[in-house]
Design a protein around this ligand. Structure first.
Ligand SMILES: CC(=O)SCCNC(=O)CCNC(=O)[C@H](O)C(C)(C)COP(=O)(O)OP(=O)(O)OC[C@H]1O[C@@H](n2cnc3c(N)ncnc32)[C@H](O)[C@@H]1OP(=O)(O)O
Length: 218
């Protein structure tokens, strides 16, 4: 019996982050990558790992019958959210990409458009929203709630029952102690230790993390 053909998807974005997402898709083996999409004209016609950059959004609309869905591989939370919204408004389905070397515990829910990278651990009953990046070796412990368009950067540790509001960026190597609420559109600077809940639109950094400035809404 022949194995059924894999579904074809596109990768939106052709940056360094996209390289890692491509690697995950290949290792996971659920989908074939039909082409890459990028709105930057200088990327059009280039290749990355032998996958061609088809063009931008207009070109994707012309080739929509060739794919069953896609993934947004853009590191910026703001840009990733905007592209994901545009794709959903135009009827594209977003898939999830989970590296085979990520550990996902019982009861975890991961919504569409989210990428989980190598060595990440997501523990029991945590919820991960749409278009989230759980980056390399990030650790999200039990009962956490990670809202849409968040980036948990490499090596960050969220202890149990932490919630992170939409659009927030927990920078590399940060630690958040248990039971805290990180608001929406927050940035926690690299290497910080967060010991108190953080209000919306704040940049905090340091050990322990302290308020640095207010961020604009996006
Ligand atoms: C695979 C990948 O690469 S995924 C991507 C991973 N990327 C990251 O994790 C991003 C890490 N970036 C940071 O931590 C940055 O410092 C940010 C985003 C928190 C802040 O960046 P900026 O807004 O440019 O802040 P800026 O560099 O101007 O610093 C502002 C102040 O905050 C301080 N500060 C900035 N970051 C930190 C930090 N992580 N810890 C302590 N203090 C910090 C600065 O010393 C400065 O203080 P001063 O005004 O007293 O001199």
């Amino acid at each position: 019996m022949s194995t059924p053909a894999k579904k074809k998807i596109f990768v939106f974005g052709a940056s360094g982050h996209a390289k890692v997402v491509i690697d995950i898709i290949e290792r996971e083996g659920l989908y074939d990558i039909a082409f890459l999409v990028d709105d930057a004209p200088d990327m059009h016609g280039r290749t990355m790992y032998n996958y061609g950059v088809l063009g931008g959004k207009k070109d994707l609309l012309l080739h929509r019958e060739e794919v069953e869905g896609g993934i947004v591989a853009i590191g910026s939370n703001r840009a990733r959210k905007a592209v994901a919204q545009w794709l959903e408004e135009n009827g594209f389905r977003l898939v999830t990409c989970i590296h085979p070397a990520a550990e996902i515990a019982r009861g975890v829910v991961i919504e569409s458009g989210t990428v989980v990278m190598a060595g990440a651990v997501i523990n029991s009953d945590s919820y991960i929203g749409r278009n989230v990046i759980v980056n390399t070796r990030a650790s999200i412990d039990h009962d956490c709630v990670i809202c849409d368009s968040v980036h948990i950067a490499p090596g960050s540790t969220l202890c149990g029952t932490v919630s992170v509001g939409s659009g927030s960026f927990i920078c590399a190597g940060s630690t958040v102690i248990p039971n805290l609420t990180i608001g929406k559109n927050v940035i926690i600077g690299a290497g910080s230790t967060v010991i108190r809940s953080v209000p919306d639109f704040s940049l905090e950094a340091g050990v322990p993390a302290k308020y640095m400035r207010t961020l604009e809404e996006f």
